[in-house]
Write a protein that binds this ligand. Structure first.
Ligand SMILES: [Mn+2]
Length: 316
């Protein structure tokens, strides 16, 4: 499939790339790296997303090439979908009007594109874009290396999560060897660049921390009014969740983010004894075994109880 995709890219002139809403460092770093690779090949490339990410993702190299707009009705030879193949996931309308290449590492991807390259064993889609770059004989410039390293570093939680494999470490090592960037700069950008308000936010969110089911589940809540009292718009919250999931004995962490009246986005993080996907699917959500999510409409206390009951049933 990798070779098929590379051949098709070589034949194409005008290419569009898009990734998912609520963008993360993996889809943005991978999209930017692919954009730079295709530009290197002399292609006319457009990276169009529908949602702007929060700081610090806006500081990834060449971030400004990303346009925030719809792709349709402009014509392209191919449309590359990075970690998202549906209108709901990308925010892009009329995806079916294009010849699509779907590159992803989510098992919940239903592979409806014209070409599908979905590898659940990959820690990040950044691994796949790296392999595509090798297939295309790309020169791994500083910005390509930086963006791909950021993608893998982010999805593996700095190579700490269970999805870290010898392959992800090998690719990271190859990126450092081939490209002229400092891995420490990437870590500092992704994990050590907090505004004071962000740390205050962490303080507020962690004040909601509670443990359930014999301290095997940790729950934290992000309330909308936290933002207004801190003069913040939106914020990257993964590291706040990491604190709640680091507690000894905790197997599952639930992060309720209030996004409307009695409306929540719920992120699930789990260790080996629980499959996050099982819970997400019950509420029509998706994700990976150790990280998934869904939306919940209703009272939060009721939601917590409902979710705890389901986890109780499935926790090993
Ligand atoms: Mn990813």
């Amino acid at each position: 499939m990798k070779k098929k995709i590379a051949d098709l890219i070589k034949k194409s002139k005008k290419i569009a790339i898009t990734s998912h809403i609520r963008p993360d460092a993996d889809c943005l770093g991978s999209g930017l790296a692919l954009y730079l690779m295709l530009t290197q090949l002399g292609k006319e490339v457009y990276f169009c997303n529908t949602e702007r990410p929060p700081f610090p993702l806006t500081q990834l190299p060449c971030f400004d090439v990303i346009e925030f707009r719809q792709i349709y009705p402009e014509s392209f030879d191919i449309l590359v979908l990075i970690e998202g193949e549906t209108e709901a996931r990308t925010g892009q309308k009329h995806i079916d009007k294009y010849f699509t290449i779907n590159i992803d590492h989510h098992t919940t991807n239903s592979e409806h594109a014209n070409l599908n390259w979905v590898v659940p064993e990959a820690s990040a889609v950044g691994e796949l874009i790296y392999e595509l770059g090798i297939e295309l004989n790309i020169e791994f410039t500083r910005d390509i290396g930086y963006n791909l390293y950021a993608a893998i570093c982010s999805d593996t939680g700095s190579f700490k999560y269970s999805n870290t494999t010898s392959k992800s470490l090998h690719i990271a090592s190859e990126l450092v060897r081939k490209s002229n960037f400092e891995p420490c700069d990437v870590s500092n950008l992704l994990f050590n660049s907090n505004y004071y308000e962000k740390v205050q936010m962490a303080q507020k969110v962690l004040s909601t921390l509670e443990l359930r089911l014999d301290k095997r589940i940790s729950i934290i809540v992000f309330k909308r009014n936290f933002l207004s009292t801190l003069d913040l718009k939106d914020i990257e919250t993964e590291d706040i969740v990491s604190i709640a999931r680091s507690i000894i004995g905790v197997e599952v962490t639930l992060f309720f983010k209030e996004i409307g009246d009695d409306y929540y986005r719920v992120s699930i993080r789990s260790r080996k004894n629980f499959n996050s996907q099982v819970l997400a699917k019950i509420f029509d959500g998706g994700g990976h075994e150790c990280a998934a999510g869904f939306f919940y409409n209703g009272d939060i206390e009721k939601a917590k109880q409902e979710v705890v009951d389901i986890i109780k049933k499935h926790l090993k």
